[in-house]
Design a protein around this ligand. Sequence first.
Ligand SMILES: Cc1cc2nc3c(=O)[nH]c(=O)nc-3n(C[C@H](O)[C@H](O)[C@H](O)COP(=O)(O)O)c2cc1C
Length: 188
Amino acid sequence: MPEFTVRTIVGSLSEKSINRKLFRALDRLAPEAGLQLVELPIKDLPLYNHDFDADYPEVATQLKNDVEAADAVLIVTPEYNRSMPAGVKNALDWASRPWGTNSFDGKPAAVIGTSPGAIGTAIAQNHVRGVLAFLAAPTLAQPEAYIQDRPGLIDDEGEIADESTRAFLVQYLTAFREHIAKTLRAER
Ligand SMILES: Cc1cc2nc3c(=O)[nH]c(=O)nc-3n(C[C@H](O)[C@H](O)[C@H](O)COP(=O)(O)O)c2cc1C
């Protein structure tokens, strides 16, 4: 039995997303670290504006409920123009509102991502961390996980070609499980 359920935002809406492949790889490895990953869909969220606060759409209420019910949230993000994609920011904005009902408050979180570039989404992840800090979501500090993609590293089913990448991802997920346990213990 997994110890914790982790709702996971996959930040790319692309059919061919390399971040979705990374999510599939993490999903396969998660039981080794005592976690169960469940995707938190973001593609049907409208663009947030505060006129919605009086009457939240069902899809956004569901997002908030799912974040609140989860033990933790993982964000698997691409890097777009040295930041997070708009879809990721939009989901964070929806979950943070209406004012006074921030669903991320106290929620253990972690960030990871992949890109073909040498810095493997480091700047995008840094921006996500900044938002999560503002939302008071205690976020895994170490290890950082900047995965540089290359053809064949992760296949469509999430199978990883390279043993050192596989071992690193298990180590990352294990550190996340320990971070979740520590955060939830401290909050009791
Ligand atoms: C609009 C746009 C901006 C991008 N900007 C960056 C960037 O700042 N840094 C980077 O490493 N890759 C950048 N890329 C390349 C992405 O890393 C690459 O397209 C990757 O496949 C996107 O992730 P996904 O396949 O999961 O959607 C950009 C791609 C797009 C479409």
